[in-house]
Every structure is written in structure tokens, then in C-alpha cells.
Write a protein of this length. Structure first.
Length: 125
């Protein structure tokens, strides 16, 4: 575990990257965005003590969104390489539950992207 500070506008996580670290927002506000039809769409803002990067951390999938510091931000970083043995020791039912949740989130995320694309088309952007 280590702590890192970011200035407003700095990218903490980049959509598409393959890093598996998990982040705990300790201080500040961060923005979550996705690229949809070459436009960056802000999906949400996160505040302490939220965790982010959990899907890539557990599943190994590429990052699904970009997280950027909106204000001065401090995060605590949990390195996957250090925690992977603990993850492997989780009971089977917890692993299956996490897999199900991840698949549902990915399905919802895919649908949100489709709908955002349709909205952009309707707006003529």
C-alpha cells in the first residue's frame, strides 16, 4: 500500500490501460469519464472514502473508464501483485458472486455506452 497525490486535471486511471491496482480516494474529488464516439462523457464524480479500479483489480479486464483529479486528490494504492495471493484464497462462493457482479456491471456499462451513443446521434453531435 502506498499513497500518491494528484493535482487537478491529472489522470489517475486511463481508460483501456491494463494496470490492476485498486485505489481508495482519501482526499479530494475525482471525475470518472468514458470515451463515446470520440467524445469524453463524464459519468460521475467520486468523493472519499470511495474505492475505484475494482473491476480491473479483481477481473484483469482493461480499465473501463478514465479517472481524473478534479481537485487536489490523495489516493491510497493497493497493488494487485501484493494482494493476489489473498484474492486466490477467497472462498469459491465469494469468487462466483464477484464474477457475477462484474459481468452484470460490464453488461450495464455496455448498454449505457450504447444509449449514450444514441443520445449523441439524436442531438446531432
Amino acid at each position: 500500500m502506498k499513497s500518491r497525490k494528484y493535482q487537478p486535471g491529472e489522470i489517475i486511471i486511463q481508460e483501456g490501460e491494463t494496470s490492476r491496482d485498486l485505489f481508495l480516494l482519501a482526499e479530494g474529488v475525482a471525475e470518472v469519464s468514458r470515451k463515446i464516439q470520440d467524445k469524453s462523457i463524464i459519468l460521475s464524480e467520486i468523493e472519499p472514502p470511495q474505492v475505484f479500479g475494482e473491476l480491473a483489480f479483481y477481473s484483469g479486464f482493461p480499465r473501463m473508464a478514465t479517472v481524473r483529479a478534479k481537485t487536489k486528490v490523495e489516493v491510497v494504492i493497493f497493488r494487485y501483485e501484493i494482494l493476489k495471493d489473498q484474492i486466490a484464497e477467497l472462498p469459491t462462493w465469494i469468487k462466483r458472486t464477484l464474477d457475477t457482479l462484474i459481468n452484470r456491471i460490464k453488461s450495464c456499462d455496455k448498454r449505457i455506452i450504447e444509449l449514450e451513443g444514441e443520445i449523441l446521434k439524436l442531438k446531432g453531435k
